[in-house]
Design a protein around this ligand. Structure first.
Ligand code: AFP
Length: 322
């Protein structure tokens, strides 16, 4: 079984990008340890603070953010970072080539119930000669990402990673602290009988999504002519991992529950990196109107609708949106 560094070197990954990825993973190993300690580490539960998006921060959100932020800025490999838990981007080394956007602990409401959580990251190149304090250096469409990945803290700690040459899965060997290659080419099956959506929002969805899900629920008595199963982990990182492993459709569609917040998932550090991983594994990632990786971002914490997963099922869903 091969370790992460030689695998990426074979893919033509530059030394600097490899060092940056290893730096992110060093923080993730520490987060994995803290998450695994659970109540013993005294970091379960919420802080008294909210992030800029009005969400209550969990203690592990804050801790994970601090670990990633400190290690990245100290490494000298990043020109700037953007995080779900930071109001604004944070400037780093003016001479560095890369910028990183991350969700330090996706699905953090799951920490208190010992369920799946993970770290999601997106790496892009900073425009040549750009100012590290300039927020607009992050305003790049997702197809310009040079690497994307997540680390899932579950029964085992798993890394899904792409540098644009397929999506690979690694498993953390906790006996010596290395990520070992456990799936060379993740391939999402084109067909599926499984979908993931928070069905409690059904009455707030747009008609296209209402009609699509109604037809799935009708099973073999409806127009789809087959029965579907439903799953919801409440952590995108867990739901996308299932899609990468055995296929499926995952969606967080537009809804009218809160008119000020029609979409839930964040473009730069959730939708974009997941879209790159999914496309590199043969799937589709779309908003219902356009390919996620072609969106021109307007702001750091921008939210978008997400429909991703098995090619034929996403296309079936998009058919309802035409
Ligand atoms: P956090 O990163 O704030 O924990 O949010 C998780 C998330 O953005 C995404 O990972 C889930 O798919 C989604 O929220 C779950 O949302 P519901 O609260 O509607 O289940």
């Amino acid at each position: 079984m091969r370790r992460l560094p030689p695998v990426l070197i074979d893919d033509g990954c530059s030394r600097e990008l490899l060092s940056l990825i290893r730096t992110i993973l060093a923080a993730c190993k520490e987060i994995s340890f803290r998450v695994g300690q659970g109540a013993l580490s005294g970091v379960l539960g919420s802080t008294l603070d909210e992030n800029i998006q009005g969400e209550t921060q969990k203690k592990l959100d804050v801790l994970s953010n601090q670990l990633l932020k400190d290690i990245l800025l100290e490494s000298g490999y990043v020109k700037a970072i953007a995080s779900e838990e930071e109001d604004y981007t944070v400037a780093g080394n003016p001479d560095a080539e890369y910028i990183v956007a991350f969700d330090p602990l996706d699905g953090s409401s799951n920490t208190d119930i010992n369920s799946l959580v993970g770290t999601i990251f997106s790496i892009m190149k900073a425009p040549h000669g750009s100012d590290p304090a300039d927020q607009t250096i992050f305003m790049q469409p997702g197809h310009q990402q040079v690497a994307a990945g997540y680390v899932l803290y579950g029964p085992c700690t798993t890394l899904a990673l792409t540098i644009g040459k397929g999506t690979r899965i690694f498993t953390l060997d906790k006996t010596h602290g290395s990520f070992m290659l456990t799936e060379e080419f993740a391939k999402i099956p084109e067909d599926t009988k499984e979908f993931a959506i928070n069905a409690s929002n059904q009455r707030h969805w747009q008609p296209a999504m209402q009609n699509y899900v109604n037809d799935l629920l009708a099973g073999d008595t409806g127009p789809r002519g087959k029965n579907f199963n439903m799953r919801w982990i409440a952590a995108m990182v867990g739901d996308v991992h299932r899609v990468l492993c055995r296929g499926g459709l995952f969606t967080y569609p537009a809804d009218t529950k809160d008119p000020n917040k029609p979409f839930k998932l964040r473009l730069l550090y959730e939708a974009n990196p997941m879209a790159m991983l999914v496309e590199q594994a043969g799937g589709i990632a779309h908003t219902g109107e356009q390919r996620i990786l072609d969106i021109d971002p307007q702001e750091i914490h921008q939210r978008v609708p997400v429909i991703l997963g098995s090619k034929n099922e996403v296309e079936a869903c998009l058919g309802y949106h035409k």
